[in-house]
Design a protein around this ligand. Structure first.
Ligand SMILES: Nc1ccn([C@@H]2O[C@H](COP(=O)(O)OP(=O)(O)O)[C@@H](O)[C@H]2O)c(=O)n1
Ligand SMILES: [Ca+2]
Length: 491
């Protein structure tokens, strides 16, 4: 007779089957319940209407996390061809037209089912600030024209406006710290240095600054449960293009028909128009009365002399606070590391000085060499670089050097705390991302509640608990287990 397996009682089989079904069900629910949904993204578009050009940035983030800590990333950037919108004062319609190619680009990059709900912002910076000072009616007409053009796009247009210098500085700081994950994790923050064409911004946290000494430089944030007292200042006219204008204006003050400029390479020569030079509010009112129509601008390439010219556009003496950067503007003691972007990056990239932290002395030597190079040689060395930029690198480099050291008081010790950057994790450093995060309330003031365990940990714990429960259950049924039958005795 075949021996009966003691486990093969109906009861144990039923218990085992129910147990297995229960475990499978538990694990399946645990996995499915917490599995991220198929990625669905939301979008936001910001147009950065700078003094020299306009750029459009498209940002993307997971749809189910938009009120939370979901990472926002730049997925596309489009450079508007032509000049900045402030240059269309005499023909505003063209400013609107100029944006159309990038807006069509955006229609391709944002899925059509999201078009209608995607916010679209245009923020203008120092070029429009200057136009607004010079001719506010013209500035209104430009905004009217660009707004009409953007309203025709399928996106949800949220308005075009001028950012204050304070906003521009503060949002640049938010962008770099957000992209570096410093805000959410409450880490030490990094300062932001932004050099544009018409203004420049410096923003950083200084423990010694609580806003009392100079309230206009103070911005308070509460982000992810942390308080930040930010120092920020925007110097209108101290972007590199307006700074060049001021340096030229300074050199034409004596009124002759030619300037021999140490900030331009030897061999450079151009005829320039006096009234064009003096049309900006940064230099207006200083045009010499005896000025001829044009002047010849030639280079003599000398970094040390150029530094003297550049210094003449700063006022280092006036200061009614405990300490100042320049032009009587309060600045607390520098602190921590800095990310320097926009034109800082472009110029330092040309000098090959962006990779590591750069000693100040190397920058000085590189600039002395660059300025002393004859213009013809420079053109041969860099056939790929646009002449408009190549002409100006000696000036731009010297200006950056002087602004950082004499203006903001970086020393040979602190200079290497500056990193020259263009992008962080694929997104451009600049004010646009911070601006959009703020307007869409994407950075919460308080730290969000996080689940106790990560997804994988949660599933493992549930599985182990289910197994333990099952084993305990089986053991608890021990009294019902069939007893082993006695083996028949072989006699
Ligand atoms: N490849 C490039 C692109 C821009 N730039 C400069 O970067 C600056 C950008 O300024 P911007 O147009 O954002 O002007 P703001 O309104 O910020 O003052 C301009 O001075 C451009 O000439 C550069 O040096 N190299
Ligand atoms: Ca800018």
């Amino acid at each position: 007779m075949k021996e009966r397996n003691p486990w093969h009682t109906p009861l144990t089989i039923i218990i085992a089957v129910i147990g297995v079904i229960a475990i499978v069900a538990l694990v399946t629910i645990a996995v499915l319940q917490n599995k991220p949904l198929i990625p669905k993204y939301k979008y936001g578009i910001v147009l950065d209407a700078g003094s020299s050009h306009t750029a459009m940035y498209i940002y993307e983030w997971p749809a189910e996390k938009d009120n939370n800590t979901g990472r926002v990333e730049q997925t596309h950037c489009c450079k508007v061809s032509g000049s900045g919108i402030s240059d269309y004062a005499s023909d505003p319609k063209l400013a609107g037209e100029s944006l159309k190619a990038c807006m069509r680009d955006a229609e391709r990059f944002v899925p059509s089912e999201r078009h209608e709900e995607t916010p679209l912002y245009l923020g203008a910076t120092a070029g429009m600030r200057l136009l607004n000072i010079k001719d506010s009616a013209a500035s209104d007409r430009v905004f009217q024209a660009v707004s009409e053009s953007l309203q025709k796009s399928p996106f949800s247009f949220q308005g075009a406006r001028i950012l204050s210098g304070q906003e521009e500085g503060a949002f640049g700081w938010v962008t770099v710290n957000y992209l570096d994950d410093r805000l959410e994790q409450g880490l030490e923050t990094t300062g932001a240095l932004d050099l544009g064409g018409a203004s420049t911004q410096i923003s950083f946290i200084s423990d010694s600054f609580d806003g009392s000494e100079s309230p206009s430089n103070y911005v308070a944030f509460r982000l992810y449960g942390n308080d930040y007292n930010l120092y920020t200042h925007s110097f209108l006219c101290y972007g590199k293009d307006q700074a060049l204008r001021m340096a030229l204006a300074h050199q034409t003050q004596s009124g002759p028909g030619s300037i021999v400029d140490p900030c331009f390479n030897n061999g450079y020569s151009a005829v320039k128009n006096y009234s064009v030079l003096y049309e900006s509010p940064c230099v207006s009112g200083r045009k010499p009365s005896s000025a001829p129509q044009t002047f010849t601008h030639t280079g003599k390439g000398n970094f040390y002399e150029c530094q003297e010219v550049v210094k003449s556009i700063f006022n280092f003496t006036e200061c009614k606070y405990s300490q100042c950067s320049f032009n009587g503007i309060f600045q607390p003691t520098l602190q921590g590391t800095y990310g320097a972007f926009s034109a800082y990056y472009f110029v330092m990239k040309f000098l090959n000085l962006t990779d590591t932290s750069v000693p100040l002395q190397s920058v000085k030597e590189a600039l002395a060499r660059l300025c002393a190079t004859p213009f013809d040689t420079l053109k041969k060395q860099h056939p790929e670089v646009k002449l408009k930029f190549l002409n100006e690198y000696c000036f731009s480099g010297t200006y950056i050097f002087t602004l950082l050291t004499e203006g903001y008081n970086f020393t040979s010790r602190t200079f290497s705390d500056i990193k020259f950057i263009k992008k962080i994790k694929g997104s451009d450093a600049g004010w646009t991302l911070g601006y959009m995060l703020n307007l869409t309330n994407m950075i919460p003031a308080e730290a969000p509640d996080t689940p106790l365990l990560p997804h994988a940990g949660y599933v493992s714990v549930i599985t182990v608990i289910a197994l333990v429960l099952f084993v305990l259950f089986i053991l608890s049924l021990r009294p019902l287990w069939p007893r082993c039958s006695q083996k028949p005795q072989i006699v």
